[in-house]
Write a protein that binds this ligand. Sequence first.
Ligand code: PEP
Ligand code: MG
Length: 590
Amino acid sequence: MPDKNDIILKGVAASPGIAIGRVFLLEDDDFFLVQRTVAHGEIGAELERLASAVEKTRDELKNIYGKINSVLGENYARITDVHLLILDDPDMKKNVAAMIKDGVNAEYAVFKVFDKIIKSFESIEDEYFRERRLDIQEVGKKIIANLLGKHKRTLTNIADDSIVVAHNLTPADTVAIRERFVKGFATDIGGKTSHTAIVAQGLEIPAVVGLKNISQQLSSGDLIIVDGNKGYIILNPSAETILKYKKAFDQQSRKTKALSKIKDLPAETSDSHKVTLFSNIDNADEIQSALNNGATGIGLYRTEFMYFNRSDMPTEEEHFENYVKVVKEMGDFPTVIRTIDLGGDKMSRLGILNVGTEANPFMGLRAIRLCLKYPEMFIAQLKGILRASAYGKIRLMYPMISGIEELRAANRILAKVMTELKSKKIKFDENIEIGAMIEIPSAAMITDVIAREVDFLSIGTNDLIQYSLAVDRVNENVAHLYDPLHPAVLRLIKLIIDEGHKAGIEVAMCGEMAGDPYYTPLLLGFGLDEFSASPAQIPKVKKVIRSVSFEDVKRISSEALKCGDRDSVAKIMGKVKLSYSERILNRCRI
Ligand code: PEP
Ligand code: MG
């Protein structure tokens, strides 16, 4: 669609859709500092300069509190209380003033004093306290920025419709944006199933990631097009290209509108094979969108997002209130609450992880491993989930199970929590269904063993693909190797489904593969019982389900399983009988 004269940057299509707008460049906040000698006669002025920078920082923090409070609520905003306490620390102020009186320039004095405090935190054994150094660093940077007159543009500063361009956006950054002002994203790093991409899909914001150095090529105010369908960024597009994309945008809006007509129809093939179509959510605010798109349940609630952008742990009460709100909104529809999956690319600033120090965070202390290491944190969540189960249909699911021992260890903790609640006469669903995510090849290989001890399974293809192909899901350099059609991946998926069925339980899929209509016929043919996808993908998947015959896709899927290479699989998938418009939908991956 772009013109041959347009400058196109190619990246990874992370969230579908088209956005045209001006760049908001999120810059790095590192400063280059030099030590200057302050003449004796200027020391008073230097101290005043420091005092004024501290006051400016205070105003900024109060401002940030107000903004976060109005968008995300008080719990998230409270992080700034800690920052204000650091700003007012008398020892810190005394030490900076002493250095200035010795003739050191204010910014360098702030840097030195903060650096000393940060280093002293590094040797603290308790991880929670050790990680508080990040808050200290943040405040120090803010004071220095005010002394230098430099201001880091943060996501909360976005004032107009913009396309955010950054080296990286963390999932925590992504949830903090004000949805109405951000039309699209483009980042240097990341892959299709990075959590930043997944959050963008949840917010229905077009995104392209893995663009290598786009943040160095663009400036704020540049006009760009984000083509989240193809994974292109077009710089300073010509008038004709803008027109073409505007037309494509309108066409896409019409298609989405047309798809909304099937919202209340069953997810059933032309020969009456029914499957379940659920939604993935990261946040309770996405429920309405899930319901509006026709989800009949939540197949994955990624609860770890509750831990972001705050300085304290969610309490049992907070978990409880959050889940009660979700299940009440879901009415008779079930909700699968996944226990926290922090770690990997979902780092919280709570200090429960060695943020940034694990060499391989995706293979590190993540998800169930973290919960088993810190049972108190796990117990608070389990209690919240169990108590909420008295108010609606909840299923509980553990992420990243790698072997039966982990499942049993998690269940032992759960049993203890149940005994405690019973002894206190607190109501909960005593028959709550327990499920395990199968997203690690070792778990896939022993699905038969795991399936005997759970009520349901859910395939996490985002991780299953990364671990079985040894392809980091957020690394743009290997994004081309991240392939759901790899025969090994397909055989693992089929194995999990078959072993789940042999044990008499249902098998769901909540990885991104379940939400891509291109793979729908294949997965249907494998016998998948439940597809759980981000809200906007649900109608597209349903459309394909309703257009195919189960007999046809079963035959094609079993042929595909025999292939030794991905291209042969793709060729066989092309044989699925779809009408022209469904084929376009299926191919374009809109
Ligand atoms: C997955 O791995 O497929 C999954 C759904 O979990 P997450 O993306 O949160 O790791
Ligand atoms: Mg996963």
